[in-house]
Design a binder for this molecule. Sequence first.
Ligand SMILES: *Cc1c(COP(=O)(O)O)cnc(C)c1O
Length: 414
Amino acid sequence: MNTLNKTQSEQAIDLENKYGAHNYHPLPVVLSKGDGVYVWDVEGKRYYDFLSAYSAVNQGHCHPKIVDALVEQSKRLALTSRAFYNDMLGKYEKFACKYFGFDKLLPMNTGAEAVETALKICRRWAYEKKGITENKAEIIVCKNNFHGRTTTIISFSNDPVARTHFGPYTNGFIKIEYDNLQELEITLKTNPNVAGFLVEPIQGEAGVYVPSEGYLKQAKALCEKYNVLFIADEVQTGIARTGKLLAVQHEDVVPDILILGKAMSGGAYPISAVLANNDIMNVITPGSHGSTFGGNPVAAAVAIAALTVVKEENLAENAEKLGQLFRNKINEYITTSNIVRLVRGKGLLNAIVIKEEEESETAWNICLRLRDNGLLAKPTHGNIIRFAPPLVMTQEQLLDCVAIISRTLQEFEK
Ligand SMILES: *Cc1c(COP(=O)(O)O)cnc(C)c1O
C-alpha cells in the first residue's frame, strides 16, 4: 500500500517494524501525548492508561512538578559523571535514605541494573562479611520471577522466551517455588553457602501473583535465622503501587537490600536505586561498581520531585482505596461471568485471569477491544490481563474505567 493511503498510526508502526529490532510485541496503538491518567494517539483519540508503563508512571503522565524539575535541572547541569561531585546527588541520596529508612543509596538507571547491583553487593557481603569461600556464594531466587533481561538475570529466569539461545548462563543461583516457606527453609538449611534471597513481594510480570499472607514476614525471619540477606525487588511493586509506599510494608518487613526503579522518576527519566544500611553497603568500594549516568543531577532532581509527589498527593492511600473498589466491582462482574475466572492484586496492581488456555488469543483480543473502547491494558502471560492505572486516578474515573472493562468483557461472554 502507498504510504499516502496509510493512517499516521500505520506509518509509525511500519517504521518501528522496519527499522527497530523486534524485541517487543506492542498493542497496535501509537501514542503521542499524555496527561495524568490519559494518553492520546496520533489521531487524537483519548485512552485511559491501565499499564502506566509497567508502573513507572504511578504519578501520572507528564506530572507538572516532575517535568519542571527535569527541565530546570537540565538547563543548569545535566551530567558530570561520578568522576566529580555534583550539588544534587548528595541532596537526593539523603532525601531518599530518609524517605525509605536506609543508611545509604547506590544510584543506577534501569531496574535490571539495580538488580545486578544488588546481586553484586550480596556476593561481596557473602565473602567479606559472612565468610563464604570465594566463588561459592549462592543466591536463592523464585520460579517465574521477573527481574530484567541482562545475561545474569535471565540466567535464573525460567521463561524460555527470555532465555533461549542466550547461554552460557551465570552460575550461583538456586531456584525455588514462590510462596513456599518450606522449600525456602530446606534450601537454607542444606546450603550453607547461601548469601541472599531475591524476591518480588508480588510477582508482577508472572501475572500479579500475590503470595499468602505472612509469606514475606516469615521468609524474612528465615533469612535472619540463617544469616542470609533478604533482597526485595520492588521495581514494580514499590512507590505506592500496592497501597503502601513499599509492598513489604504490608507485612512490616524491612529488607536488607531494597531495589527500586520505574516510579522513582514518575516516568520522566530512567532512574533506579539500591538501598541498604552501612554494614552491607560499605562492601562497595571505589571502582567496584558504577555507571556513567547513575546519580546524575537531572536524575537526582527528578527523583526528589517524583517521591515528593507520591507523599503530597497521598498516592499510596489512593491506591489502597481505589484498589479495593476495583476488585469489589470486578468481583461483582465475575459472579455472572463465564470468561473471567478471578481478579487478584493489591492496591492498584491487579490482574484478571481469563478462563482459557494460556496460549489462547482471548486476552489479547480483549485488550484490542479495550483499546477500541478507550482503555489500554496488556496481557502479561497468555490469559492474564494486568490492570495498573496511574495512582492519581479519581474514584469517578475508576468507575468509568470499570464500566468500560465490564462492557468490553460482556462482548466476549459466551
Ligand atoms: C521492570 C522490572 C525490572 C526491570 O526493570 P528495567 O528498568 O526494565 O530494567 C526488574 N524487576 C521487576 C520486578 C520489574 O518489574
